[in-house]
Each structure stands twice: as structure tokens, then as C-alpha cells.
Design a protein around this ligand. Structure first.
Ligand code: GDP
Length: 447
């Protein structure tokens, strides 16, 4: 994801603040330097980095943390708010008939994005059409037609025509029965007067509801000038960042958003028409800061808890982290996890646990499907309390008895014991992290 780097390096700096209730000047300096370094590495433009970091610095030194807030949470909140300020809300894209025009340099991913956006609208129940006006790049007609075909949306283009304005006009007429029109325009290798003149003319003809600038995530410092020129020519309402699957940068796009006073509309994450996401600022910044998707996580946890209902008063989440993970705990975890969604996704959202942590675990460590869970529950019902508390003491004879009693087979009983062992090992890994976040999360699940 964009600025991945920032997450991990900032997390390291933040971790040093654990246990502190106030930030001193040195702490703030160190954090601000870390943020500057990461943002510059990610190609965010220097002036923007300086503005952002001086705002963070000033607030961190002058604002009084609310009572009970740790220094770490306080600075995270400030950094988060300042980043949100730069990135802004997602560009508003109403689900209604409209015309969207795409602008950008050649190779930025416009043609691909046109088909992706059309696909996105079609999945929302609208009838989109792609109009290809690029007469400059050989092959753009074929490519656009094929991608629109992949997206199963209407398409208009004219490989023999030379006047993009006429193609736009004819295209709008020919696709009259569509309700969303996506107009793709020509790009050039660099900003040229000819390109800008052409796009202004198409814009006058098409009269779009919104203009989206398409930017390659790897664009870097050139973003500012591009954004400025396109904004001056046609007015940019939103940015689509493409190729986020291939780079950890993306800072140029932030610069462009800031320069045009616009926002991010979509993210492109691959070459097929389905590889498009609506931009979500909360999740984006949370991940950027390596904080996990806090908002989403707490919502999911609350929902899961509401559904799970009664809780066991004696349950101490810390016990699990002390190595006392019993089968009863496992049952509780499986229940909660099943209500929250796949565990690897949940883990990704826990502060400090994202960023590939799950990649180090065996794939099926937490893979407990509903069916298996039901089997496991029946098996656990046939166990004694002693066995549930000390699953590692269960021998071959007991396995036989449990299998018979539960009407399953020994293999499934062994599977359950194996699953427990894997989860136990996984939790032991977390134990070594010295991270209060896990305990807090567990307690929250219990509350
Ligand atoms: P245009 O010249 O601006 O119309 O750019 P294209 O749509 O032709 O895209 C240029 C290249 O980038 C093509 O090879 C696309 O397949 C590729 N591309 C576009 N968007 C993405 C994306 O989000 N991820 C990846 N990996 N490739 C992309």
C-alpha cells in the first residue's frame, strides 16, 4: 500500500513512547523527523512535507493531551488528523446519471481506469458507457474496446476518426441510453500545449459533471506540475491513483490532491477491470500510520460482541497470553472470529499486527470454517472439564472415547487438538511482542 514505509518506521518511533504520559521536545523532534523522512521517501513534495510536519510539531508541543491519554495516543491522533486534512474525504461520486472525464499523461492508466470505473458503476446497478476519444496513441481504440468488453459495458470509439471532439459528441449521442458516461481522453508523454488545448475542447463539448485526474502511484515530484496544469485547464475534482499494487510510494498523488484542492476518488490495484477500490480515507490513513484500521476494527468487534451475547465472567484474556490457552478459550475465539470475518483480515486491523505479521503464520492456523467449528463443538461437548482445561494431556484412549461419544471419528478429534496447538503457538508469538494493544483488544472483545 502507499507509504507502507511510514507505517513501519513510525511504529518503531512510536513504540519508544510507551509508558510516557507527556511528550518532551526531543520526542516530538524525533517523530517529526521520522515522518518527514518517510514522506519524502514516498515522494511527497517537500513544501507539503514541511507544512504537515510543522503543524504536527506545533500541536504536539502546545496541545494538552486529554486526561488519561498516553503520549503515544496523543501524537498518533494529531498525526492522523493532520494526514486526514491533507488527503481529505473521498471524492463524492453520487450513484446517479453523470458524465465523468478522465485526464492524465500517457501510460498513467486512463484507458484501464475508464473501464474499471464503468465496471464499478455497473456493479452499483447503473448503465455505464465508455467513450474513447484518444486518437493519438495507436492501439488505444482496440484496448479500450476490449476492456469495456471485459467490464461488460457499452463502448463507443472510432478508429478512423481524427477529431476527438467529434468522437466525444458522436459518442454521447450513440450511447444515449447509458446513464453514466465515462469519457477517456488522449495523453502525451509530457504536458504539451497541444494536449491541454485538446482536452479543453473536449471538456467544452462534453460538459462533464466531474473531471478525474489519473495518476500513476509512482509519479513522484512531477505530480505537482501535472496537477496544476490540468487543474488550470479543466478543473480537477478528484484523483485516481493507479498501480498501487506495484509500488510502495504514492506520495506524488498526495501532492496532486493537495495542489488541486481536490480529493482521491478511486484506487487502482491491478490490470483487470475489477481491480478498483473506492478510496476510504480512514482506513487509508490508519494503515498508512501502521495503526491498523481502528475504526473498522472496533465496529466489527462491537457487532461480534452484540451477537455473541452472554460472556463468561471468569474469563481473563491475559491467561491466554500467559500460555494458558484452553479448548474453552479456543471455542470462544472461534465463535467471536467467525462473527467478525476471516481472522487474517481481523489481525490486519489490530494495531501493530498488520504489515505481513500474518504471513509468518501457517496458512491454516486460524482457518476454522463454520462446518469444522460445528464438529469441534460436538467433540468438545464429549470432553470432561479436565480435558477441556488441559487438552495437551489427552491421550490415545481418551481420543477414542471422545470420538465415540461425539459420533465423530478419531481423525477429527486429532484435528481439533492440532488446531488448538497451532492457535496456542500463535498466541505465544504474540506474547513475545510486549504489546499492550493485544491485551486491550482481547479485553475489548470480552467487554
Ligand atoms: P493510458 O495510456 O493512460 O490510457 O494507460 P493504460 O490504461 O493503457 O495503462 C498503461 C499500462 O498500465 C497498461 O499496461 C495497464 O495494464 C497498466 N495499468 C493500468 N492501471 C494499472 C493498475 O492499477 N495496476 C497495474 N499493475 N497496472 C495497471
Amino acid at each position: 500500500m502507499v507509504l507502507d514505509n511510514l507505517g513501519s518506521s513510525l511504529r518503531g518511533t512510536m513504540d519508544k513512547l510507551r509508558g510516557k504520559s507527556r511528550l518532551d521536545e526531543d520526542d516530538v523532534q524525533e517523530i517529526v523527523k521520522e515522518i518527514q523522512r518517510s514522506l519524502l521517501q514516498a515522494d511527497v513534495e517537500v513544501d507539503l512535507v514541511m507544512d504537515l510536519s510543522s503543524n504536527i510539531e506545533e500541536r504536539a508541543l502546545n496541545e494538552e493531551p486529554p486526561g488519561g491519554t498516553s503520549a503515544r495516543d496523543h501524537i498518533l491522533k494529531i498525526v492522523y488528523e493532520e494526514m486526514v486534512e491533507v488527503v481529505g474525504d473521498s471524492t463524492e461520486i453520487p450513484l446517479e446519471p453523470q458524465t465523468i472525464m478522465l485526464a492524465g499523461l500517457q501510460g498513467s492508466g486512463k484507458t484501464t481506469t475508464a473501464a474499471k470505473i464503468a465496471w464499478w458503476f455497473s456493479k452499483k446497478g447503473l448503465r455505464p458507457a465508455v467513450i474513447q476519444t484518444d486518437t493519438f496513441r495507436p492501439g488505444s481504440y482496440q484496448q479500450a474496446k476490449q476492456m469495456a468488453g471485459n467490464a461488460e459495458v457499452q463502448f463507443y470509439g472510432d478508429p478512423d476518426a481524427e477529431d476527438p471532439v467529434k468522437i466525444a459528441r458522436d459518442g454521447l449521442e450513440a450511447t444515449e441510453d447509458a446513464d453514466v458516461h465515462i469519457v477517456d481522453t488522449a495523453g502525451r508523454h509530457a504536458l504539451e500545449t497541444e494536449l491541454i488545448d485538446e482536452i479543453e475542447e473536449i471538456e467544452r463539448e462534453v460538459n462533464p459533471d466531474r473531471n478525474l485526474l489519473v495518476l500513476d502511484a509512482a509519479i513522484g515530484q512531477g505530480a505537482k506540475e501535472q496537477a496544476r496544469e490540468f487543474d488550470d485547464a479543466i478543473g480537477i475534482d478528484g484523483v485516481t491513483i493507479t498501480k498501487l499494487d506495484g509500488t510502495a510510494k504514492g506520495g506524488g498523488a498526495l501532492t496532486a490532491v493537495n495542489e488541486t484542492d481536490s480529493s482521491i476518488a478511486f484506487l487502482g490495484t491491478g490490470e483487470t477491470v475489477q481491480d478498483i477500490e473506492r478510496f476510504e480515507p480512514d482506513g487509508f490513513i490508519s494503515r498508512l500510520l501502521g495503526m491498523g484500521d481502528l475504526k473498522q476494527l472496533s465496529e466489527r468487534v462491537e457487532r461480534a460482541m452484540a451477537e455473541t451475547g452472554e460472556e463468561d465472567d471468569d474469563w481473563e484474556p491475559e491467561d491466554m497470553l500467559q500460555g494458558n490457552f484452553t479448548l474453552k478459550d479456543m471455542q470462544r475465539q472461534m465463535d467471536a472470529m467467525n462473527k467478525m470475518g476471516p481472522l487474517d483480515q481481523v489481525m490486519d486491523m489490530i494495531p501493530g499486527m498488520g504489515g505481513g505479521m500474518m504471513d509468518q503464520l501457517p496458512d491454516d492456523a486460524m482457518d476454522v470454517t463454520q462446518d469444522r467449528m460445528r464438529n469441534f463443538e460436538v467433540i468438545m461437548d464429549s470432553m470432561t472439564d479436565e480435558e477441556l482445561e488441559n487438552p495437551r494431556s489427552i491421550g490415545a484412549k481418551q481420543v477414542q472415547r471422545i470420538a465415540r461419544g461425539s459420533g465423530t471419528d478419531e481423525e477429527t478429534v486429532q484435528e481439533l487438538l492440532q488446531q488448538h496447538k497451532m492457535m496456542d503457538q500463535t498466541l505465544n508469538q504474540f506474547q513475545g511482542m510486549g504489546d499492550g494493544d493485544m491485551q486491550r483488544m482481547m479485553r475489548k472483545m470480552q467487554d
